[in-house]
Design a protein around this ligand. Structure first.
Ligand code: FAD
Length: 505
């Protein structure tokens, strides 16, 4: 049976979700492209005239050459060729259930209610979650199960970013336990085909208590205001602030770190050192997650100081720090850090996201009566993401740095792919790739894969109970009929109908 076109309602929803809808065209198939090893050495081109940094909410996109390339979304047979029918039914159902506000509300209510203190209820809830949302959004309870998911992903042409699902640590003991989990995860990648796992994900909040990250952030912010402030514990670093970075979290001069705090900081440095040394041995780069602005300066500081100390194979970046494009100062900070890294000859990679703490950031700024650090409207966030992606791809094209474009936004994926092509980058160039969360944005992952681009899935694994906060965040993200998953649901439904009505084709 001939493939049907996508329902107009889906296109309308997509237009609203993304700044402008991508046209849907048919292009020849290119499934599961081979992935060459990295080239021995990258010839470095002279620095081009830098794109103007996006410093304020008034900035506009500088996008160029982004209208030519289109992603193929209409041919669902090809799009979902690597997905079995039972898996497709399960995925479509999970995304559908997640889109119901009541389902998300119920999940949030039960997890925070006293009912969870009842062992019987707790067991039932966890068992039900495990066989539904957990198995859709997570790779498995332990490394062994996660490895099987990694292999399945690889068979379908996708890489994996292994994320042992850890939330914030509270003290040195929990940091040490978490360190062991990170080391186990890194070491596990030595036994699988080296390409299957593209990154190991690290949360600085799991190896350094957030209370200390807050103190370090405060002191770094004050140092930004008062350059004479001496921070004896400070390691060689790249800039973590720009001229326009808001400093309102630190209104008064913070006291210096106590002896105990300095000692704890030293322990956190040692933990990150161990992680870096192990990942060099395993030849696996590290992807550092970003958090909220209260502690992000310290996270940037940890990431950049590690990038200065450690590099990967053939001087490739070992550390990929995350830039959140919803922040007004994102592009400016990115450009400043990248230029400083270049000047020092430090290879550093970046993961680009929009950002996940929008409501708490806005609420906190409002409570202090200061301007929100988030772009004033979503279009400005879209523009900032696309600007940062262009800048980083231009850097890759001149042989410097590396980027992970972590987004579920189809138009941003299309624009970045188009930019890469216009810069003459090979589609499977090892220095840039796309990433989506496991169980989400399959349409974008598969369509980019089909076009020959490198794509990885961010793959959380770990005990069900431990992953619950992550699952609740996914439920929150997928709620509402216009959620980002609506295009996935519609195209999965279309493919299921096609398979039902024309079985053998
Ligand atoms: C692989 C991967 C890794 C990630 N790692 C991190 C991480 O380390 N740290 C982190 O914070 N997030 C992380 N995220 C989540 C990410 O930041 C986004 O929350 C999520 O991906 C949705 O953004 P999108 O690019 O997919 O775009 P879309 O699907 O288009 O989503 C846009 C969303 O942006 C929000 N938004 C942003 N700015 C505005 C604004 N000014 N006005 C209104 N709405 C706005 C809205 O909530 C909207 O839903 C990661 C995502 C992926 C895929």
């Amino acid at each position: 049976m001939a493939s049907r076109s996508v329902h107009p309602k889906v296109i309308r929803n997509l237009r609203r979700l993304n700044s402008s809808a991508p046209s849907i065209t048919v292009v020849p198939p290119l499934i599961n492209p081979g992935r060459p090893e990295k080239v021995a050495k990258r010839p470095l081109q002279p620095t081009p005239t830098p794109s103007p940094p996006t410093t304020t909410a008034d900035s506009a996109s500088t996008s160029t050459n982004s209208s030519d390339f289109q992603l193929e979304l209409d041919d669902t047979k090809r799009l979902f060729s690597s997905v079995s029918t039972p898996k497709l039914i399960k995925s479509a159902s999970m995304l559908k259930i997640s889109s119901y506000d009541r389902a998300a509300d119920f999940g949030l209510w039960i997890m925070t209610s006293g009912l969870m203190n009842n062992p019987m209820v707790r067991k039932l809830v966890l068992a039900a979650t495990e066989h539904t949302f957990y198995s859709h959004f997570c790779a498995g309870k332990d490394l062994e199960k996660a490895s099987r998911t990694v292999e399945k992903l690889w068979d379908s042409g996708l890489g994996a970013m292994l994320d042992y699902g850890l939330e914030h640590a509270t003290d040195n003991e929990s940091c040490d336990r978490n360190l062991q989990e990170f080391l186990r995860t890194i070491n596990s990648t030595k036994s699988v085909d080296s390409c299957q796992v593209s990154f190991v994900v690290v949360k600085i909040t799991a190896i350094c208590p957030p209370s200390l990250l807050r103190r370090v952030s405060d002191l770094l912010r004050w140092e930004q205001k008062d350059k004479s402030l001496h921070l004896p514990w400070k390691l060689k670093n790249l800039p973590v602030f720009s001229e326009s970075s808001p400093l309102y979290h630190t209104m008064t001069r913070p006291p210096p770190l106590s002896r105990e705090e300095e000692h704890d900081l030293e322990l956190a440095y040692e933990r990150l050192d161990k992680i870096c040394k192990n990942s060099i041995e395993a030849n696996k780069p590290l992807l550092i997650d970003a958090e909220d602005t209260a502690i992000q300066p310290a996270i940037d500081y940890f990431s950049y100081s590690a990038a200065i100390k450690y590099t990967g194979k053939e001087d490739d970046p070992l550390i990929f720090n995350t830039i959140q494009a919803y922040l007004k100062d994102a592009k400016e900070r990115l450009v400043i850090a990248k230029k400083a890294a270049d000047k020092m000859g430090v290879p550093v990679g970046f993961k680009l996201v929009r950002g996940a703490y929008m409501s708490s950031e806005k609420q906190f700024a409002a409570s202090l009566g200061v301007k929100s650090p988030i772009h004033d409207d979503i279009q400005k966030t879209h523009n900032c993401f696309d600007d940062c992606a262009e800048f980083l791809l231009e850097e890759v094209a001149r042989g410097s740095g590396s980027v992970v474009l972590a987004t579920h936004n189809i138009e941003s994926g299309r624009k970045a792919a188009s930019k890469a092509i216009s810069l003459g980058l090979e589609r499977n160039n090892p220095y840039f790739q796309f990433a989506q969360l496991y169980g989400m944005a399959e349409v974008l992952s598969f369509s980019l894969r089909n076009e020959g681009f490198r794509v990885s899935k961010y793959l959380p694994f770990g005990p069900v109970e431990q992953i619950m906060p992550y699952l609740l965040r996914r439920a929150e993200e997928n709620r509402g009929l216009l959620a980002a998953s609506s295009i996935d649901r519609a195209l999965m439904k279309k493919e299921l109908l096609r398979r039902l009505t024309s079985p053998g084709s």
